[in-house]
Each structure stands twice: as structure tokens, then as C-alpha cells.
Design a protein around this ligand. Structure first.
Ligand code: ZN
Length: 235
């Protein structure tokens, strides 16, 4: 059993009607819904809960933490960030999505600004550039997202251990859309898609990438994954 906590700052969906229309129950519940199965148990947490829902007890019972944030990075308490960092060093996996590139936890783990170029809606084609990587299993050679915010290079991150996906935008920009790191005992995956105004987390291939990443980032020795579309991975 893999224990996942999906953290979402949960500001856009509360404050902006047009975002609520895309994710009526919040981005976190959309992600929870497609991940949950017999082998994966998912809880959610958000900024407005006590200690942002990331108490020591919750983190001690989390194998993989998924992070989505955008407007309220500065409102996340340093104490909680330090607690999450310690759990990653101990072995908890971290998956950072989209605008989470500027979250305190991602910048803390990577030690750089994580700045990038961005522009509103564009069409994106994502290419698998490391097909042998566990996160790329079952993912087509390339797939398209009709409407996504453009994120472009230069992306100020340390040289990744693996670049699994490269994004190309119709405007011509390219981006390292899926990159991996290890910090202490913990595995970290950053995945670029997921701007809040488009239903990107309903895209079946995007969902598959996140599922694969959960299995890859899970610290425990071995999981038999019986859910459909899951690769069985020995670790
Ligand atoms: Zn965005």
C-alpha cells in the first residue's frame, strides 16, 4: 500500500469562479480521484488546515507527497517546510507540479531560484526523452496538451539526475518538463503540466505520468501494483 498526500494551496478554486468551474472540488480532489485504488491510499491537505494539514503525524504516514501551489507560496510556514524537508531526507518522495516550481519546499530542496519563462495559453507537445525511466513506462513517445501555460527555458534548476520529458510549445519554446532528483533518501520529481485554468489533470496521459511517479518516488522496498495501467516495479 502506498500512502499519498496531495497538498494543494487551494486558493484559486476558492477565489475564482472560472477556476472553480474547472475543478469544483479543488485540484487536490481531482488528483486524489484518479490515483486512488486498492494499492494507493490518498489523503489531501491544504493551506487552510491546521499546520497546512502537514502535521508530523500526517508526514510520518506519507510515502509520497504531491505539491501544487501558485499564489500563496509565501504563506506556507517555514516550520512546515523544514518538517517536509526532513521527511524527504528520511525517504519520503516528493512530486512537485506546475507552479509548485516556486514553492518554498522545491526551492529549499534544490537550492536555486527555480525561475523560468512563462506566457499564457499555448499548445504543448511533450516528448519522452528517457524511455527507459520508470516514470515513462506506458507513456507514448509524445503527447499533446491542447491548452497549457507556456513554461520555457532557461529553467534555473540544478542539473537534474534525469530529464524524462521535454516540452515543446507552439510558440517555439522548449522546457525540461519532467526532471528527477535525489535528496538524502528521498526521490523528487518535478512535472510541468497543470495550469489551473485548463483541465490538464483530466488528461489520461498526464494522470498516467503522475501515477508512475508515485510508484517511482515511493521509498518502501517493493509494491505489487494491481491497479490497471500500473507498471509493476521492483525497487
Ligand atoms: Zn500556471
Amino acid at each position: 500500500m502506498i500512502r499519498v498526500t496531495v497538498w494543494n494551496e487551494f486558493v484559486h478554486e476558492r477565489e475564482h469562479e472560472e477556476i472553480r468551474a474547472v475543478y469544483p472540488d479543488g485540484i487536490h480532489n481531482c488528483i486524489k480521484e484518479f490515483l486512488e485504488c486498492d494499492d494507493i491510499v490518498v489523503r489531501t491537505a491544504n493551506l487552510f488546515e491546521f499546520e497546512h494539514g502537514l502535521t508530523q503525524e500526517v508526514l510520518d504516514n506519507t510515502d509520497v507527497l504531491i505539491w501544487w501551489g501558485h499564489m500563496a507560496h509565501h504563506l506556507v510556514s517555514d516550520e512546515v517546510v523544514a518538517r517536509v524537508q526532513k521527511r524527504i531526507w528520511e525517504g519520503m518522495g516528493l512530486i512537485v507540479l506546475h507552479s509548485g516550481h516556486h514553492s518554498k519546499i522545491f526551492r529549499t530542496m534544490l537550492g536555486t531560484t527555480c525561475n523560468l519563462k512563462w506566457r499564457d495559453d499555448d499548445r504543448e507537445r511533450i516528448w519522452v526523452v528517457k524511455p527507459s525511466h520508470p516514470i515513462a513506462q506506458g507513456i507514448p513517445e509524445h503527447f499533446e496538451i491542447e491548452k497549457e501555460e507556456m513554461y520555457g527555458e532557461p529553467f534555473d534548476i540544478p542539473t537534474p539526475e534525469d530529464v524524462v520529458f521535454m516540452g515543446w510549445f507552439a510558440g517555439g519554446e522548449v522546457f525540461r518538463s519532467g526532471v528527477t532528483y535525489t535528496r538524502g533518501n528521498g526521490r523528487i520529481f518535478y512535472f510541468q503540466p497543470g495550469h489551473e485554468s485548463n483541465p490538464v489533470y483530466r488528461h489520461p496521459v498526464v494522470q498516467q505520468v503522475i501515477r508512475n511517479a508515485v510508484v517511482w518516488a515511493c521509498p518502501t522496498k517493493k509494491y505489487e501494483i494491481s491497479c490497471p495501467n500500473f507498471p509493476s516495479l521492483e525497487k
